[in-house]
Design a protein around this ligand. Structure first.
Ligand SMILES: [Zn+2]
Length: 68
């Protein structure tokens, strides 16, 4: 799994699910980071103010939970 990290909005996107709703394309290349390191991504999420993109992460959960 590859992650795309937006250092302006501080949102972590899953690269397979990144789309127009993410607004990731408006972020300059220099402000983007990509990582395949899940530990690094989780550390950002848990220890900093980074959040996980709802769009990509919702798609990743079981379909029965998608309406939540
Ligand atoms: Zn996203």
């Amino acid at each position: 799994m590859k992650y795309l990290i937006d250092t302006i909005t501080q949102v972590i996107h899953r690269s397979s699910y990144v789309g127009d709703v993410c607004d990731f394309h408006t972020t300059p290349l220099t402000q983007r980071e990509s990582s395949q390191d899940e530990n690094y991504v989780n550390r950002l999420y848990e220890e900093t103010s980074y959040t996980k993109c709802k769009h990509g992460y919702q798609l990743a959960v079981a379909p029965s939970q998608m309406h939540l």
